[in-house]
Design a binder for this molecule. Structure first.
Ligand SMILES: *[C@@H]1O[C@H](CO)[C@@H](O)[C@H](O)[C@H]1NC(C)=O
Ligand SMILES: *[C@@H]1O[C@H](CO)[C@@H](O)[C@H](O)[C@H]1NC(C)=O
Ligand SMILES: *[C@@H]1O[C@H](CO)[C@@H](O)[C@H](O)[C@H]1NC(C)=O
Ligand SMILES: *[C@@H]1O[C@H](CO)[C@@H](O)[C@H](O)[C@H]1NC(C)=O
Ligand SMILES: *[C@@H]1O[C@H](CO)[C@@H](O)[C@H](O)[C@H]1NC(C)=O
Ligand SMILES: *[C@@H]1O[C@H](CO)[C@@H](O)[C@H](O)[C@H]1NC(C)=O
Ligand SMILES: *[C@@H]1O[C@H](CO)[C@@H](O)[C@H](O)[C@H]1NC(C)=O
Length: 591
């Protein structure tokens, strides 16, 4: 007997009895059990490790973010994939990009692909456990078909955009090297939305996050990803955008680009204060876990560069170096037994699915085959850091890899012909914020500190935490090293011991050839188990916003995914190869 039939044959009275019994059970559960904790993930785009002041910089002060970090746990060795699309996929699936097909580049607006539909995502698990699931801001995991969009993938609601970036004010996405019209890229769920046109994106998203919190049904837990545009660049015609009054705070920064960037960071810092305040005002904060981090390192130079700084780490976004993959991050929750400390545990974006699920009491299905591990016990009890093995990058199309076992690091190949392989974004020691003289007072008087109101956080403790989280490398990377230590990853693999060389100055490959071979073998083992890249690097002209009333919109929503035949696969491999050659000529970069 099928379900429809049984409902039809069931008497109305029986049906209402069952229904009211279910409603009663739900009410009882709501009254007698505390709901699972709210999960709030504040995801920042392209912010440098050195662009929050809790890592020691006095150039751009971030008192709210710092107060958040000092009251919680500073994730001092937090790793992420080096690009937007793979990083977001890793967060939502708990898998390495080579295990969900997202290892090669980012989703370009007119390419017909996205995070494979076979993947089950974090919001789906939380929704199944009774959470209200909300995405505010950026998606960037595909939208060519409606079934790839966020509300088809576990989010009850989405307010924001699909592409890698938009204009901060008019919320359009202009595609750099195609002859398309600019398209609006802003939606509420599936509906085109222009109500906030003209509002600075950071403010529009913060306003929406506050609305969600204020109107949240308190009988259910909330799962919200607040995925900011900040501090990514806007469109190419006007990449750097920040409210005038925010930029005006940074007269001590002489480079106008960096000054505007500081305004973008400052606006974001304000948003963190307002979001934490909203959670507190609604009485939700005391049962919340709030995670904040940047999806990847800052692009200091090159296309989409925002002048962010990952100094003293080497390289930048979309590079194999620590500057691309070490993210500024912190986690705060009253559920953490130990807090106000700096964690030196190596943690990766793939760990959040099992970690947050465990902390929230959300059961994950067996045999999920995720790569991440549950870090909650380590974080909550501040356990002794354990060594980890992490595959940072394995992109055989662009031809580069980055891998770490314990603290031993292997780098083979690079991007952009190695142009961004050095130590970038060093800040001028003379350009410091005059208010930094009163740094501790700035933190203590921030909105976040007022809300969290922890009296135990003393000036002395703040200074200690800040010193622990500040990074200096013993030598200046741009000075001459002995030739034996130089690394040319486009010619031969490099090998570093991060224990005493976190800035990747000393390539030890010539001294330890056997270790290099061993690491290479381990990378090859990962390679053997990698799934094929899901990227379809073929522009589909039907994406042109001109064909969708000047909106970015799915352009194939009728058919379902078909299994590709051998011949088609061969064809697409050939196109892949052609693309590879083209891509090495143009630095296409929509991230
Ligand atoms: C670009 O688009 C415009 C308007 O659709 C068209 O007139 C022009 O020929 C196109 N240029 C190229 C290079 O395709
Ligand atoms: C906002 O307004 C501008 C100017 O009218 C328009 O070009 C743009 O498409 C609008 N954006 C959205 C998201 O509607
Ligand atoms: C959190 O705070 C609210 C409002 O102050 C209170 O009703 C609730 O019992 C508190 N919950 C917990 C878990 O402390
Ligand atoms: C190192 O990079 C080169 C050039 O891309 C490639 O031919 C080689 O297979 C790579 N080695 C490993 C172990 O990945
Ligand atoms: C590092 O070396 C470069 C090039 O010689 C120089 O411009 C820079 O000021 C040096 N930085 C420090 C901290 O010594
Ligand atoms: C890495 O450096 C640390 C600190 O100097 C040292 O104890 C360790 O033995 C080194 N590891 C290898 C494999 O050389
Ligand atoms: C939609 O995409 C499928 C591949 O998933 C393709 O076979 C089909 O032709 C497309 N349909 C349209 C209308 O573009």
């Amino acid at each position: 007997m099928d379900k429809k039939l049984s409902l039809r044959t069931m008497g109305l009275s029986q049906f209402t009895t069952i229904l009211s019994a279910l409603l009663f059970l739900r009410q009882v559960a709501g009254v007698t059990q505390p709901t699972n904790p709210n999960i709030i993930i504040i995801l920042i785009d392209d912010m440098g490790f050195n662009d929050v002041s809790f890592h020691g910089s006095n150039q751009i002060l971030t008192p709210n973010i710092d107060a958040f970090a000092y009251n919680g746990v500073i994730l001092n060795r937090y790793y992420v994939p080096n690009l937007c699309t793979p990083s977001r996929a890793a967060l939502l699936t708990g898998k390495y990009p080579i295990h969900n097909g997202m290892q090669h580049f980012v989703q370009i607006p007119d390419e017909p692909w996205g995070l494979p539909l076979g993947e089950r995502l974090m919001p789906q698990f939380f929704r199944d456990a009774g959470y209200s699931t909300q995405l505010v801001g950026k998606w960037h995991l595909g939208f060519w078909r409606q079934d790839h969009t966020p509300i088809m993938r576990g989010f009850d609601h989405h307010f924001g955009y699909y592409n890698g970036y938009i204009d901060y004010y008019d919320h359009t996405h202009y595609m750099l090297d195609r002859n398309y019209t600019a398209g609006a890229d802003f939606r509420r769920d599936l509906q085109r939305c222009h109500s906030d046109n003209g509002t600075y994106a950071t403010e529009a998203f913060t306003k929406e996050a506050r609305r969600i919190i204020e109107q949240h049904d308190l009988s259910r837990p909330l799962f919200m990803v607040l995925s900011h545009l900040a501090v990514h660049t806007g469109n190419e015609n006007q990449p750097m955008q920040a409210p005038y009054e925010e930029v005006a705070k940074f007269v001590h920064i002489s480079d106008p680009k960096r000054r505007t960037y500081a305004g973008m960071v400052s606006s974001l810092d304000k948003s963190v204060g307002q979001t934490i305040r909203a959670l507190s005002d609604r009485g939700m904060l005391n049962n919340s876990i709030v995670l904040l981090y940047s999806d990847n390192g800052a692009p200091t130079l090159g296309i989409h560069s925002n002048s962010g700084s990952n100094h003293p780490f080497r390289g930048q976004k979309e590079s194999p170096w620590e500057g691309g993959i070490r993210s500024a991050g912190a986690i705060w929750s009253p559920l953490l037994q130990k807090s106000s400390y700096v964690s030196d545990q190596v943690i990766h974006a793939i760990d959040w699915l099992p970690t947050l699920a465990s902390a929230a009491g959300v059961a994950l299905p067996d045999h999920l085959n995720i790569d991440g591990v549950n870090m909650w016990p380590t974080l909550t009890e501040n356990l002794e850091p354990q060594p980890r093995t992490l595959l940072h990058v394995l992109d055989d199309v662009f031809g580069y890899s980055s891998y770490m076992r314990d603290n031993l690091k292997y780098v083979n190949g690079s991007r952009f012909e190695g142009r961004f392989d050095s130590w970038l974004g060093e800040l001028d020691a003379g350009e410091i914020d005059p208010l930094s003289t009163f740094y501790v007072q700035q933190v203590l008087s921030s909105e976040v500190q007022q809300v969290l109101g922890s009296n135990s956080l003393t000036s002395e403790h703040i200074k200690q935490l800040r010193a622990h989280a500040s990074h200096h490398c013993s030598i200046n990377g741009t000075i001459h090293l002995q030739p034996v230590y130089l690394c040319h990853p486009l010619q031969a693999p490099c090998y570093f011991n991060l224990t005493n060389d976190p800035c990747e100055h000393y390539n030890l490959a010539n001294l330890y050839p056997l270790q290099v071979q061993q690491l290479e073998k381990e990378v090859n083992e990962f390679r053997l188990k990698a799934v094929e890249s899901a990227r379809v690097p073929i522009p589909d002209l039907r994406a042109n916003p001109a064909l969708h009333e000047n909106y970015w919109e799915w352009w194939n929503d009728t058919e379902t995914e078909t299994v590709t035949s051998g011949a088609e696969k061969w064809g697409s491999n050939l196109l892949n190869l052609i693309w590879r050659y083209c891509a090495s000529y143009f630095d296409f970069a929509y991230k």
